[in-house]
Ligand binder design. Sequence first.
Ligand SMILES: [Zn+2]
Length: 494
Amino acid sequence: MESMHLQNVRVWVGDGCWRTELPIVDGCIAASSGGSAFDCGGRVATPGLVDAHVHFVMGAQSRGGIDLSNVGGRAPFEATLERAHRALPAGEWLIAQGWNESQWGDGASTPTKRWLAAMGDRPTVCWRCDLHAAVVNQAVLDRLDLPADAPCCQSGLLVEAQAWAHLVPALPEPALEDVRRAVVDASGWLNSMGITGIRTMEYRKQLEDVLDVVSSQLSLRTTVTLLDRTLPLDVGWLANRSAQLPRVIGCKAFFDGTLGSRTARMATPFLDRGDCGQWVECAADNTDVKWCEQVQRAGLAPSIHAIGDAAVARAMALLVDVPDAVVGTIEHAQIVPEDSLEVLAQIRLSVQPTHRAEDASTAMESLGAARVARMLPLRTLHNAGARLAFGTDWPVTSPDPMRTLAAAITGRTVSGEVLHGDQTIDNEVAIHAMTLAAAEATMLPTAEGLIPGAPADVVVWDADPFTWQGHEPSPRPWAVFVAGRCVYSLTGAC
Ligand SMILES: [Zn+2]
């Protein structure tokens, strides 16, 4: 039996209680102390943070890639691409991501293939930050089975199904060894931010080729929601999965797109477009009920991507009839439908405060004040009893959990303004949403907090996250434990 205890520490157990020491035996919280002492110098500790919604394999691959998230318009966009172009061997695809035209100030336009002209015949793909749109050059379009006179071939801008069904299958496959190494590296990087658990959205292929192969090297509790969604669902292979591998808990369907790409499905039109956005996939062909039945029959949890208020209303109507123990979730729920609080409180909401912070800049002109007031109103949802599980949607936004917590407790947007200051939540509520509630919604075993018998996933903080006002510098992890093992320390002590 291995035993130790954290001492000289103020532990937020997670259920409203505090402790002054934390005994750990064989990777779990114990009832009484023994073994070696780990002096925490009077610091505050919390349960390990859980990110309820990431695309882990994709996120790991995006690290060190060509990053367009900080470009402020066409000239720096083109300059970044040209630098990358010069550094790449001839013939290799140039794949960049992260552009967000809504951050570029007034009059900024969406990129087109003309912005990629300097790449010549090098196939070039630039994903928007939300991964629901990509601008590509002619060298890529020539490889896709799209009619040459289609508007998307004129602009080079592929949105939703054009990107998913046509572009993604044409992309070159990266070397598996490289992807696996990136995933192991990313696991340690997430630990250093205090993250000890994730639920990741993966296709079976990435799960089996990458995550399963390296799972024993990851210091990250992981559950998986499958992205494979063609009906009839192919889930027979799950019966043969070893219990040692990341647990597959659910399946995801998409009902709509995103606010940034104006493809979220709204009840009334976008003010700057004149249409209501899109229904996509099973919501477009009305197989959503059938999908939900098949997911449940497989013993899995249905998770529905729904962002616009019409999409959220439809997801809500479907999931409210799913038994609570099935743990269905609405992913994003960004524009809450009118008069929906009572029903929403019966469903787990997997939400991303950083999406609100990023979408805020164009929200007023595209949605108008009445709908902006319904844009992830955290306090109203919390007061109504909603079960909020926080996540980042990495690599769509940064995986840094402190950005998520800051957005939730301050209401601040990426431009520094406060969007709706009356909709902020207290630090403790926000931390609960990123620890116990996120674990509960994603079937991770840390949902009870740091009580005896629970896994010893713990973050000791260099500053108190409960009195933090949400400004930089944020509290950072001082030491991080997963199953009682120190996986990161600020001072390099482990
Ligand atoms: Zn996502």
